[in-house]
Ligand binder design. Sequence first.
Ligand SMILES: Nc1ncnc2c1ncn2[C@@H]1O[C@H](COP(=O)(O)OP(=O)(O)OP(=O)(O)O)[C@@H](O)[C@H]1O
Length: 700
Amino acid sequence: MNSIEVRGASKTYDSKTLVLNGLNLTVQTGWIYGLIGPSGCGKTTLLSCILGMKQLDEGTINVLGQEVSYKNPSKFPHRIGYMPQETALVPELTIKETLNYFGNIYQMNPSLMKQRLIMICDLLDLHDGNKRVNHLSGGGKRRVSFAAALIHNPEILILDEPTVGLDSILREKIWKFQIESTKLSNTTVIITTHYIAEAEKSDCCGLMKNGVLLIEDSPQNIFKNLGVQNLEEAFLNLCIRENTGNNKNSLNDERPQCSHEFVNHKKVKEETKLSTETTKDLIHEKKKKFSNQTIKALLNKELVRIFRQPYEIGFTFVFPLLQVFCFTVALGKFSKELPLGVINRDVIDTNFCSEYLKSTNYEFNTSTCTFEHLSCYFLNEIDDKSVKKIYYNSFEEAFDEAKAAKTFGFISISSNFTDVMSQRKFDWQPISENFSYSNQISVYLDHTSLQFSYYLKNKLWKTFEKFNKKMLRHCELDERLEDFPLRFNTFHGELDADHTIMMYPGLFALAIMLGGILFSISSLSQNRIEGIWNRTLLAGVKTSEVLFSHVIILIFCDLIEIFVLKIATIFLLKSPIIGNQLLLGLFCLVLYMAGNSIGLFISVFTNNVAVLNSSGIMVVIAFTLSSGVVWPIEGLHSVLKYFSYITPLTLSIATIRNIVFKGFTITHPTVYGGFLLLSGWIILMLFLCYRMLKKKKFTD
Ligand SMILES: Nc1ncnc2c1ncn2[C@@H]1O[C@H](COP(=O)(O)OP(=O)(O)OP(=O)(O)O)[C@@H](O)[C@H]1O
């Protein structure tokens, strides 16, 4: 009986690299089949096609009596064990955890799994089961990888260079084990190796070159037919014959069949029965759609990985702390001493005011409504803590320093400031024509930094108002005369609220979305890069199960982040959250999940971490620019405006603002609208992610 049959297999990469060229291969049950050939001849490609990881262009492959292809993978994944060329393990797991993971995804009976684990660890000298894979030597890792392929006692073992990097004693041990298991359990092994001499121990050898098998026969027959002493000589001989066009054996159809002289056929028949029964005992024969054992194994693997990665766990806990810290310390505040230039022509020199004010004890020095050196009183009203006054003697000097960004701007007080201000009648009669009330204080500001120029403008208005009221009081006039007839009121927020409040919803939503995207990008891509992804799917685990486990882990991490965020907010952020805290927490969770699902979707396209991270950041920048964080969406181009409304960030900002500062509940359209939009994004992204993963199931 043949366990594996390949007929007329052809495969081309990128429509130009022909790797398999009508190749035929037969592996009988109970054989060890050694597949040898030069590097790059297509051995791994052939094994990938046999496993259903790659699609043949032409030809058929039969494994355990079933035709397999990329679209139609083996129905018996638990009857096949695969060890890839790269180690394809989770570095953070220990040896024991790794083998348990594989045992569980193969849905083994726990007690039999334990027995197999002890037996295999003993065989492969894996004595310290609690040692992490990333702390093992290269050879150690390969032994664990081999053990993972054996754990479920498969009927077919597909091994891609299993002995690379192992010492000769261990190599000998592995071959001994293979020979014994093929004899005793009728296991079929197909093995590729660089050590050509090793392959002499196989029952059948296939020498591969240029996409075909030059010969497929038992080593003894090869030696006899070619008159050579070893396989290396045989290979050279065949290559020379092929080059001179004199290789009869290169014609696959005329190829002699392997004589399977090492296998006791009588025994095989008995053992076939035994092996099938054992496999049935070890594994639940019919795989359930969603298996608890598999899901638990997937969740456990991801959790252990996260908690053993200092950066990952650091990111989970530190990122929300950093967020709140930045809101509290870095955002919305202004420099304590903003440098502002002053040219005061109202007095004789720059030092005059300080001496003069000291002599008057900083109060108007007459009891009548007459004034002198008023500019000194005005400047004294400017709060030194927020504005640092730098005095200049000339306009040019102040102008040059401001242009050189040494100050944020400057004020120039006119030489007749005191006269004009004094002559101003508080009964609102016009002042004399010789004096102009405007331009008494000229203000020059740097308008490339709008926040600062608005801040300084506001500060100067308020200072002047205060100064004016003082003058009115001094003249025994009602200071309300200075009041402006417009009065501003508020129904949401506070009139004097600082910039933190304005920026809070936008930046908060942005940080959550960015965190969600970046965290999920690493979650999926790590598995795909390490190769554990392919091995997991080859064990029969469904794409939906893998995706589901990732979503659960991400939700778990999101909850941790929200918890840390909440604690940090209580202690650090002094913003008035008047809305329902639970509703806000729930919305943050949905926003994190929207970020996660976008990140998962992005990570399907490539395994290049640098590309993934920059794609994530680019997506967030696009959402940010169109979301109203930088500029109100009302001012956007009309096309961009409509795009903006459906991006996940725009409505989220409004929702957060409305929950936090306006106390809106779930019944308000902007709040339930936010929830609905984000839910739509989550469903769409996860659906697309699932479809893409189904379409391109395995990674290269
Ligand atoms: N995904 C891919 N896209 C394009 N070319 C590929 C891809 N995978 C493999 N190849 C090319 O196909 C050829 C066969 O590669 P393969 O890995 O099957 O060789 P191999 O015999 O297993 O080599 P080795 O013994 O070094 O592992 C090589 O030339 C390789 O560059």
